[in-house]
Design a protein around this ligand. Structure first.
Ligand code: AMP
Ligand code: MG
Length: 415
């Protein structure tokens, strides 16, 4: 067995061989969370016309100069203008048009008096305030100018972008495709969630966990079930998986008698790398390209599998989907307890980060065995325990990858 490589080295090699997928056209309601594959410029001004920001009266500022409660200016109301219509009349000296928010400014008018600053009296209106020219008028193109670049290639489309695209008349947009990701569990000891657990069988939780992780990053899981530990069965399942853009398997990557993943991949002609990555949990990792598609042989232990996905597969899927930001955010948090390890491997400690009055603090989420999934359920972060350190003292600061989006909704202390 060759020497271990570091997490960063493995990640660099993997990401160096991953390319973004092609593009596809999706309808506006489907594009939320997708990555834009075209740059979008506006075909028109938004708003399209000068319009009123208030309900009130469109006037000539000169007609109401000096108006006040004591000295109102009286004008003839010549039209009633709701939003979505163009005025038929022109505002000439001594007249006004009653106007609703959003309606285009009538010809002749140059200011809006708020309805609160007026008194209506039959066909007349008394204006009780002076307004400068331009008051309460939203100018054509003040939000977006015709020809202005609004969104760039690589933009992650959120709700505001979806709203903007609709304002630009874009019923469809070009986005980067999402990979279909085959998920395979290997192991003679495995049964499905409703399987018979007698004789030492265990439920293949990785199948469900990996599919969920794939979906969480916006890719499309394709569950290919459980494969027994034989070369033939594993090879058949990988051939089936070649209908997908990415292949994930779990188990069978150690050096045990039944660990066939790397042999099968070699037989199938994959350019393959097999490493011991100096990390914990997770240690053996197979990565290769099979007919150009990335293949990850992840370790079988449930937490090793999840943490390996986090470090290597998630950034790869994000890169394939055209994302510019590939990694989980890292925060610094103060340790509530000392942590120890035998130096040599980067440990990803399942951890709970909390916000208190002095900032962020962090503690272990419990049992750190590589098969202990409950502490992963409890954790909102992976604390990075550097490979060259034996102890992180209580009260010192550590870096934590935040893996649970709910973290960002933690209430402020005292809130
Ligand atoms: P392996 O990497 O195949 O030696 O598996 C390591 C450990 O992970 C063993 O205890 C397996 O039973 C367990 N394991 C392997 N695959 C899965 C799976 N799909 N779901 C849950 N546990 C698994
Ligand atoms: Mg196994």
């Amino acid at each position: 067995m060759k020497q271990s490589i570091t997490v960063a080295e493995a990640r660099d090699i993997i990401l160096g061989s991953i390319r973004p997928l092609g593009t596809e056209k999706v309808s506006l309601p489907e594009c939320l969370g997708r990555v834009l594959a075209e740059s979008v410029t506006s075909p028109w001004d938004i708003p399209p016309l000068d319009n009123t920001a208030m309900d009130g009266f469109a006037v000539r500022a000169a007609d109401v100069a000096g108006a006040s409660t004591d000295r109102p200016a009286t004008l003839e109301v010549i039209e009633d203008l709701p939003a979505g219509r163009i005025a038929a009349r022109t505002v000439v000296p001594g007249t006004a048009i009653r106007i609703m928010t959003g309606a285009p400014i009538p010809v002749g008018a140059d200011a809006i008096v708020r309805v609160e600053d007026t008194q209506s009296e039959g066909t007349k209106v008394r204006v009780l305030a002076t307004v400068p020219a331009g008051e309460h008028i939203r100018r054509a193109g003040e939000d977006v100018r015709e020809g202005e670049k609004v969104l760039e290639v690589g933009a992650l489309l959120g709700a505001a972008a979806v709203g903007m695209l609709s304002s630009l008349g874009r019923a469809f947009v070009q986005v980067t495709q999402r990979p279909r990701v085959a998920v395979i569990s290997t192991g003679d000891e495995l049964v499905d969630v409703d399987g018979d657990r007698r004789d030492g069988k265990i439920i293949a939780s990785n199948s469900y966990c990996l599919a969920a992780q794939v979906r969480e990053c916006g890719a499309i899981p394709v569950s290919l079930g459980i494969t027994p530990d034989t070369r033939e069965a594993i090879e058949a399942r990988f051939r089936e998986a070649m209908g997908c853009d990415v292949i994930l398997s779990s188990g069978g990557v150690s050096v045990g008698d039944y660990d066939f993943i790397k042999d099968v991949l070699r037989d199938l002609g994959s350019e393959m790398k097999f490493w011991r990555v100096a990390m914990k949990p997770g240690h053996p990792l197979v990565f290769g390209l099979l007919g150009g598609r990335p293949v990850f042989g992840l370790p079988g232990n449930p937490v090793s599998c999840m943490v390996s996905f986090e470090q290597f597969v998630r950034p790869s899927l994000l890169k394939m989907m055209g994302h510019r930001s590939l990694f989980r955010p890292v925060v610094r948090a103060r340790l509530r307890e000392a942590l120890r390890q035998k130096p040599g491997r980067t440990t990803f400690v399942r951890a709970v980060v909390t916000r208190d009055r002095d900032g962020l603090s962090v503690r272990s989420a419990g049992n750190q065995s590589s098969g202990a999934l409950l502490s992963m359920v409890r954790a909102n972060g992976l604390l990075i325990f550097p490979a060259d350190r034996a102890e992180l003292p209580e009260g010192s600061e550590a870096e934590v990858q935040i893996i649970d989006p709910a973290f960002w909704q933690l209430p402020e202390p005292g809130a």
